[in-house]
Design a protein around this ligand. Structure first.
Ligand code: SF4
Ligand code: SF4
Length: 222
């Protein structure tokens, strides 16, 4: 296996040839905020706009999920410009999020909580007007619920359902503020559509897809 050597935050690391910076960092224990990235997906959708880093010799920050790690690269995940961009992106996401951690199945394992800690910001946006949608909860599946008000439109569940189990229960519908992760024809998830593999719950970074009642929501891993 061919590798390249680079530094991230002063730490010398090896990455597989052709590997993206975000994967290389995460594999070496260096956290960069991310939501739409999912391991093994060949091309990132680069839609969450959180994984900004600065690279020596490049003027503006870049998204680490789209840039390939190269020999000799010097990467900084803590630069002021990249942190400012990540904080702005996170605030936009949280401006339409139905925040209620105390009653949420993902409390304690939620990626949004982790990102807020990492960026040293509040989960509750102070500058932006809150625009939540009060969409109906889907609890038609006997084992888990889908709460679109906690969905951050990352697309992980859509990809995992199609790629990992060759099913296609989920997809995006509508555009702009009305965009929503849903099922074909907006049918209830229910037993008929779903194979009950629970892969979507594992990859969902929030409490949007969560087991009902007694089953502990797993640690989130994209
Ligand atoms: S999804 Fe995360 S941030 Fe949102 S209410 Fe649940 S635990 Fe809190
Ligand atoms: S339900 Fe979860 S995994 Fe699916 S798009 Fe929403 S936040 Fe992402």
């Amino acid at each position: 296996m061919k590798t390249v050597t680079l530094t991230i935050d002063g730490q010398k690391i090896s990455a597989r040839l052709g590997e993206k910076l975000l994967r290389a960092a995460l594999d070496n224990g260096i956290y960069i905020p991310n939501l739409c990235y999912i391991k093994d997906k060949p091309e990132s959708s680069a839609s969450c706009r959180l994984c900004w880093v600065e690279i020596e010799g490049i003027k503006e920050p870049v998204t680490s999920c789209t840039v390939v790690a190269a020999e000799g690269m010097a990467v900084n995940t803590r630069g002021e410009k990249s942190l400012a961009l990540a904080r702005a992106g996170f605030e936009l996401i949280m401006a339409s999020h139905a925040l209620d951690c105390a009653h949420c199945a993902a409390n304690g394992v939620c990626e949004l909580q982790k990102i807020a800690r990492h960026l040293k910001v509040s989960l509750k946006t102070k500058r932006l007007r809150l625009l939540t949608r009060e969409l109906p909860l889907d609890d038609s599946n006997p084992l888990f619920t889908y709460d679109p008000n906690k969905c951050v439109l990352c697309g992980r569940c859509i990809w995992a359902c199609r790629h990992d189990v060759q099913s296609g229960v989920f997809g995006f519908a509508h555009r702009g503020f009305d965009r929503v992760m849903t099922t074909f024809a907006d049918e209830p998830i229910g037993k008929d559509q779903c194979l009950d593999c629970h892969r979507c719950i594992e990859v969902c970074p929030t409490g949007a897809l969560a087991f009902k009642d007694s089953v502990k929501t797993p640690d989130k891993k994209g």
